[in-house]
Design a protein around this ligand. Sequence first.
Ligand SMILES: Nc1ncnc2c1ncn2[C@@H]1O[C@H](COP(=O)(O)OP(=O)(O)OP(=O)(O)O)[C@@H](O)[C@H]1O
Length: 697
Amino acid sequence: MPKLAIAKGCLQQFGELDRPLREKITETLVAKFEAATHTGIHMEKIADARTPRYRSIRIDQFYRGIVLAPETGDVYTLLTVLPHDDAYAWARRRDLTVNRATGAIEVRDVTTIDETLPQLVKAAEATPERLFARVNDADLTRLGIDESTLPIARTLTDTAQLDALKPVLPETQWDALAGLASGLSPEQVWSELGAEIVDEPYDTDDLDAAVARSTDRIVLVDGPDDLMAIFAHPFALWRIYLHPTQQAVVDATFRGPARVTGGPGTGKTVVALHRAHRLAQQTTESVLVTTFTSTLTDSLHAGIKLLATSPEVLDRIDVQHVDKLAHQIFRERHGAPQLLSSADETQLWSSIIERLELPFTEAFLAAEWRHVALAQRVSTAADYLSAKRTGRGRRLGANQKAQVWQALWEFEDTLRERNLWTHETVCREATRLLEERDDKPYRHIVVDEAQDLSPERWRLLRAAVSDGPDDLFIAGDTHQRIYQSHVSLREVGIRVTGRSSRLNLNYRTTAEILGWSLQLLRGERIDDMDGQLDSIAGYRSDVHGMPPTTKGFGTQSDEVGYVADTVQAWLDSGIAPGEIGIATRAKRLGTKVQDELFKRGVPVRSLGKAKDAADSVSIGSMHAMKGLEFRCMAVAGVGAKQVPPTAAITPVEEDVQTHDRDIQRERCVLFVACTRAREDLLVTWSEEPSPFLVPLV
Ligand SMILES: Nc1ncnc2c1ncn2[C@@H]1O[C@H](COP(=O)(O)OP(=O)(O)OP(=O)(O)O)[C@@H](O)[C@H]1O
């Protein structure tokens, strides 16, 4: 029985068509493949096609699909859908070959390559520079560059020429060249290709075997329902086509906790979602997918719903905010907790300070309680005396420690006496309850945005799943840490050493925006949650665009006006309101921009509030941008007075280390906001620019 496979490029093109045409194509293909079961598929041969195995399939009066017919087997691969004449021209210009390194199928536009080569040779005569001078032929060949591509690679003098060849060169060969051009070594490119070392070379004439190997570019459709599901979400390419390095992490079996790291937009969430889905397919027990905010939880939930087409599998996946899980476990035993408000907490610290006549501030004691006592499960004076106070800066002598411990003890004692709880103590109690249980609620736990979870939340998760293969899977990037939590995974009982993978290729942002944003963090020493330093080296994007626009103004009202003008210009150029995001550090400025846009009749919403996300420009704090992305992004109010905000920074004289950590965190917050942009980034300020921007503007 014939089976249909769909190439990634085809689904991308399909997503750009009008909805009625998309519906028509879907209907036609479903009907054809249903009919094929009984009567075979009717397809036309194409005269003068580059390969005699191309066939055309009629979609309607105007549109044709180009299909690769099998020589052996029964898989028909839909390569493209285009207006009639373009479809036939496509088939005449493009050939299919098998990549020597990966054994996967590749499309190349032979006609354009033949036309371009003489021009490239001519341009190269004018300059001695060669883009790949440092890479020898043997390495290029090992990376799959074949004899047709090699002469082209050897004439290239700059990356702009390589970029221009992207639509015409064989995809995997272009990826390998782009990796080398961005500074990766041949070894690094080899490992990114995810190429399996084979004993025997691939049969480069066997296109059918190559199709079967190309799971990162060709998806095999599993019946009409699957076809409808694929075509219903043509923009969610991540759902179907994973990069080999992503796929390897999704499919791996780990003997214990494992994690994936990587820069912004490298697909960590995508990997986490696929992995959760795969684990849920393989077990009959529950799988938890979790993170630290409810907005992120909602978007993980939406992702899981896109992936899990089987209701049984979907049922097995519980997507829950980690605090909600803590409260749920707590309530099952104790009922609803009575929570201490943050104002009451400050008041309580203040009364303890007064009563004990202590020389500490409320903020200092609260932080000491959270970052030392709770983080390290300190329950006695002796524990506290020997607890690590890394990152707490201000040194305490023995007497001072005794005073602090007395305050912490009184604080907890009051909570106990009045039966009051904070989110942290609820979490601690839930952990205790889970640690007592043999029947853990989950078989697998997948955690996204791991860098922002506090130690007590990690302990909760550790206690919610039994030790075992694939128990915990963690996705995160410490360069995007936007809250206070500095966790050593080992200290919370989670060992990932030797089970850590890294993703480098950014799918979201242009190379220009990524490169600019990475400079915000240059020189920062950022831990990797496992006793080492993380690094930004090697993160890259193969997509190019405009560099970010940075602009300062004399007054805030001029700045607001400019941001509103820019949003209007984006809208006028055809960008949908839902594809535009605006981030500010302080809410007040966000409100001003929102009012200005509202005055101009632009639909606008505060993040997380209105439901009609697709129809409105989104405004939110830089923190609220975590996990989101927008085609166009304005990051406003990046002035010296606002970024970093004085109130968020511990004064140097109070605590040097905490001060430094606060500054680093604020850099990360700005980095997160800027890396939400896919195509266009505007960064503005009034008066003096933020010190973080000074080297960049
Ligand atoms: N294999 C893929 N094919 C197509 N698109 C992909 C792929 N992997 C990731 N993407 C897209 O790249 C973007 C970023 O992915 P994702 O959110 O998973 O990255 P991330 O590493 O979690 O980012 P961040 O850390 O910045 O939140 C998304 O738009 C996602 O759909």
